[in-house]
Design a binder for this molecule. Structure first.
Ligand SMILES: [Zn+2]
Length: 134
């Protein structure tokens, strides 16, 4: 178990489970939320270094894969970064979002084909109308 203290944040890192505990210690109140971190999609490494900075320009959070050096950087807090990392690295999520992209692309192609048909028909109808008036 690795503990990192970054400003107000105490990050507890348990390696085998890839589970991160994000502890926000604000005066007189401790909020604890558990997050699971997906292994790196590119190389499969579970060795992901997380960091969060909060300076005058706002938050800068990074997840760095120590296996292949793939990095994700956001201008958000660590929980938002973890959510984004998981969306991009969880195989099931990536399959699902890719599947959704395929479905929406299929629908878009269908709609465009219908529009093309409609436009062609409008052109033909327009020509016929013009021919009749001549
Ligand atoms: Zn990697």
């Amino acid at each position: 178990m690795l503990k990192l203290k970054i400003g107000w944040i105490l990050l507890t890192y348990t390696k085998n489970k890839m589970e991160y505990t994000y502890k926000e210690t604000v005066p007189s109140k401790v909020k604890e939320t558990k997050y699971n971190l997906s292994p790196c999609l590119k190389c499969g490494s579970e060795n992901i270094k997380l960091s969060e900075y909060d300076d005058k320009y706002g938050y800068i959070s990074t997840a760095l894969c120590l296996g292949c050096k793939k990095e994700l950087r956001t201008n958000t807090t660590l929980p938002c970064l973890i959510e984004k990392w998981n969306k991009q690295n969880n195989i099931d999520t990536v399959i699902q979002t890719t599947q959704e992209l395929i479905e929406s692309s299929k629908q878009k192609i269908k709609d465009l084909k219908m529009l093309k048909k409609k436009r062609l028909k409008e052109q033909v109808d327009g020509k016929e109308k013009r021919n009749r008036t001549l």
